[in-house]
Design a protein around this ligand. Sequence first.
Ligand code: SF4
Length: 386
Amino acid sequence: MAEHTPLAQRAGLYLHVPFCQRKCPYCGFSSRPPRDGDFACYFKAVLAQLHTVARLPEIRELRFASVFFGGGTPSLLPAGMLASLLHACTAALNCAADREISVEVNPGTIGAPALQVLRKAGFNRLSVGVQSFCDAELRRLGRIHSAAEAGKAVAMARAAGFANISLDLMYGLPGQSAADWQHSLEAALALEPQHLALYELTPEAGTPLAAALERGAIRLPEEDEVLAMMAITRRLMAGTALARYEISNYARPGLQCRHNLNYWENGFYLGLGPGAVSAFGGGRFAIPPGLTRYRERAASGQPAWDAGERLDREAAFRETVIMGLRMIRGISAAALQRRFALDLRRYYGPVLERLLAQKLVVWHGDLLALSDSGLLLANQVMAELV
Ligand code: SF4
């Protein structure tokens, strides 16, 4: 979808599935193991919320260019239920004919018949939560699957007709060496994915992993080791057809994740399900986590979210700059001017001049982007612009 298409015409729809077979000790996402009756209750509540929000004038103005079923572990739901939810969403909302429709699956929770149902239902992009191709690392991460199961899931997905497959991997894991990371990345590339998401593990406060780190029961790799992993990533990725288009994401030409690009452009999105967030019409609306409360709100004909938070123009501008700099192509000063009536150079003045002098950001014509050294220090650069 062209970058100049108005944001309302390329909105994203996110459906949060708040269940996982077992909680991974590093996970800060809103999910838990399902209990009896949860799936049916969730299904009914999502349909109720969908039908309520689909009638809102602000939602009726949106055209959805992408749909993303994420979690949690969407593949824990019966495939027929996912297919019905997708059908309900596309029937109730104005979706683009060429919409990207992604679903996250975790190896060990998906089989060939389910993948066939999903493909037939219209899902055209699969995001596979592999995380590592070392079994010892997967065990330490508390994952429920093996490296072999991840490879099998990809093969089954291809056989089911998925031609756009993304793999998620993490580096900087407890006990991981640079050689281990190289092994995982090489194994992922050998599967010839269309898209790779390579994230450094960030310990989330309040998780069992963060607690284990605090008491010294485990340790993360030293900074030098992590830098060596990043160097391996640059070297291996340079020889592939997957181009880096965001700090942590790589894609074959034309197969960048449209749904995530919309987030990085600070676009409009509608969130369904407990814990999901929506952003449209200058406001942001969060649904609290928890199935019971979500079901009650949805059943009573409410959109299910809390009172919206409104960002003033300058706060929204700064947020758009920071999110946009995550993209390798950078952010367009002219587009920011059109959207916020603010001049990027003038707004940041000496702060931007300093970042330019330090060669942490660079201009490519109208686009301001992180430089190679800025990409390594992205958090530091963002902190200057927040
Ligand atoms: S599978 Fe993903 S969402 Fe579920 S607990 Fe593990 S990391 Fe969290």
